[in-house]
Design a protein around this ligand. Structure first.
Ligand code: CP
Length: 312
């Protein structure tokens, strides 16, 4: 059950949202990702898959698109990239027709990033092949949630009982939703911290604590996920002024000095340096940002493998 969003059912091998996975399923993917990471080259157990992956990215991406590409190639899969400018989507073809066209050509799985809530699951319902959500509007980003879970499991072995703050532009953040689902399912206490203009729409999160008091809560946290301020998704006038935001919510060296000395700092990227995070924190000893990026490759290997492997 996922509060606040209408979700259609997903096929067994789709990954549309983490709301459909329990903690055991999430931890199994993280464990398999760790096995892929331990493989010095290629994949764990020498796994090789065959087939073609279609990557439809209608919003910009560096980390997710490239890591899915590397993951697919390490598994032996071929990758085709489709965007909104150079494909027939630019001629007005409906996304669902574009997806069906790729499947008719023999694509084995679709990896889709697009901005509209509910469209990824609608496409999944319309095609036979597995569909993986690579980020949908402000709704969900399940592989980011899983790779952030993996990054914190690397630190602690288990997120159970840990207190994790997700800080900043919660309202527009698909990462906040998927992180909260992943951390919460695995037993962490999740605290959403945001000023008024970035607080979530009522009903979009369940089982989490809300606050606007970053300074008050920071010393109580084991980890923080600093979110990107998403200017491209904001309505005019809803966002706090940048100076006010920086004063209350930027993670900088001074604020970090009030946190636990072993605080882990995550950011899904891309970072707005000087807005939600400063250089000295992004590049400092607490930062796990590049570890998150590296884990993204292995986690997406596990996701693609699960979607495409033969089963008895
Ligand atoms: N975290 C994330 O989704 O980054 P990209 O937009 O670069 O894929």
């Amino acid at each position: 059950m996922h509060d606040g969003f209408e979700l259609t059912s997903q096929k067994e091998r789709d990954l549309i949202t983490l709301a459909h996975l329990d903690s055991a399923a999430m931890l199994q993917l993280v464990e398999r990702a760790c096995e892929h990471r331990r493989a010095t080259s290629g994949s764990a157990d020498g796994v090789k898959l065959s087939g073609f992956i279609g990557q439809i990215f209608l919003e910009p991406s560096t980390r997710t698109r490239i890591s899915f590409s590397i993951a697919a190639k390490r598994l032996g899969l071929d990758v085709f990239d489709i965007d909104g400018e150079t494909s027939s989507l630019a001629k007005g073809e409906a996304l669902i027709d574009g997806a069906r066209t790729l499947v008719a050509q023999g694509i084995s799985a679709l990896v889709i990033r697009q901005g509209l809530e509910g469209i990824t699951s609608r496409i999944a319902s319309a095609v036979e092949v597995p569909v993986i959500n690579a980020g949908e509007g402000a709704t969900s980003h399940p592989t980011q949630g899983l790779l952030d879970l993996m990054t914190l499991i690397d630190e602690w072995g288990d997120v159970g009982g840990k207190r994790i703050g997700i800080v900043g532009d919660i309202r527009h953040s698909r990462v906040a939703r998927s992180d909260a689902e992943a951390f919460g399912a695995c037993g962490a206490e999740v605290v959403l911290i945001a000023p008024q203009g970035y607080s979530p729409t009522p009903g979009t999160f369940a089982g989490v604590e809300f606050s606007d008091d970053f300074d008050g809560l920071l010393p109580t946290l084991d980890a923080v996920v600093m979110l990107r301020v998403q200017r491209e998704r904001q309505e005019k006038g809803e966002a706090p002024a940048v100076d006010d935001y920086v004063a209350g919510y930027q993670l900088n060296a001074q604020r970090l000095s009030s946190a636990r000395s072993d605080l882990k700092v995550l950011h899904p990227g891309p970072m707005n340096r000087g807005v939600e995070i400063t250089d000295e924190v992004a590049d400092g000893a607490s930062s796990r940002v590049l570890h998150q990026v590296a884990n993204g490759v292995h986690l997406r290997m596990a996701v693609l493998e699960q979607a495409l492997m033969d089963r008895p």
